[in-house]
Design a protein around this ligand. Structure first.
Ligand SMILES: Cc1cc2nc3c(=O)[nH]c(=O)nc-3n(C[C@H](O)[C@H](O)[C@H](O)COP(=O)(O)OP(=O)(O)OC[C@H]3O[C@@H](n4cnc5c(N)ncnc54)[C@H](O)[C@@H]3O)c2cc1C
Length: 188
């Protein structure tokens, strides 16, 4: 059996909580007064030094809202119960908006939500048989990057299931802190 439950993995397999955790990433929708100013030809999808700051956003949505999010450490949550964005996050988003896009100062927040990541402790996927649980393979640890790797994940997971070697198996295997990346790098 393969468990690929994303952010719900630590809930389903609680003994994995040292390895992977569910974190909530805040996503905000602002309601500008002049949405036509933020159409894609003037206001394309953007990232603001995302590797260092985590900020990214999109042109105006069909409902007239501007979606802005932050890819960062996130907030450790239980995906069954903790779905609300903490109130203090408003200040962070409003501060960024006003500093980065001064013409949007005072724009109303229409809605906000938490999106869930399953972060592994080292940011790598986790694709391996569960020790001491015969027949159970886990495929998780997207760490906010699972979507773009989706076209290759199926074959990597199938390889592990069928016992076929591939270039990434040691990096994504069951591991302790300090293993995985280091071992994969040594093998190159
Ligand atoms: C706001 C946001 C922005 C993102 N942006 C990007 C991006 O730009 N690029 C990128 O590469 N990645 C991005 N990601 C990350 C990407 O979405 C995830 O890494 C990816 O979806 C993880 O895939 P997964 O199959 O492991 O888990 P999921 O896609 O979460 O799938 C897990 C599935 O398991 C189901 N499930 C849970 N529990 C059970 C159960 N008990 N029984 C049956 N089914 C169950 C869930 O309903 C869900 O359908 C983003 C994520 C968020 C939240």
């Amino acid at each position: 059996m393969i468990v690929a439950a994303g952010a719900w993995t630590p809930t389903l397999l609680p003994w994995m909580r040292d390895a992977v955790k569910c974190v909530g990433q805040p996503v905000y929708y602002f309601q500008p007064d002049n949405p036509e100013l933020y159409l894609p030809d003037r206001f394309p999808p953007w990232a603001a030094d995302i590797a260092n700051t985590g900020w990214y956003g999109f042109p105006v949505q069909p409902d007239g809202t501007l979606k802005i999010a932050n890819h960062g450490a996130g907030i450790p949550v239980d995906p069954k119960n903790d779905t609300a964005v903490p109130a203090e996050t408003d200040e962070l988003f409003v501060g960024f908006l006003e500093k980065t896009f001064p013409q949007l100062t005072g724009t109303r927040i229409k809605s906000r939500r938490l999106c869930f990541y399953c972060d592994s402790f080292d940011g790598d996927f986790w694709i391996d048989w569960v020790p001491d649980f015969e027949g159970l393979l886990v495929a998780t640890g997207g760490s906010g990057h699972g979507f773009k790797f989706a076209p290759m994940m199926g074959s990597l997971i199938a390889d592990r299931f069928e016992g076929k070697a591939n270039e990434w198996e040691s990096r994504f295997r069951w591991r302790g802190i300090g293993e995985g990346r280091a071992e994969a790098a040594r093998k190159k």
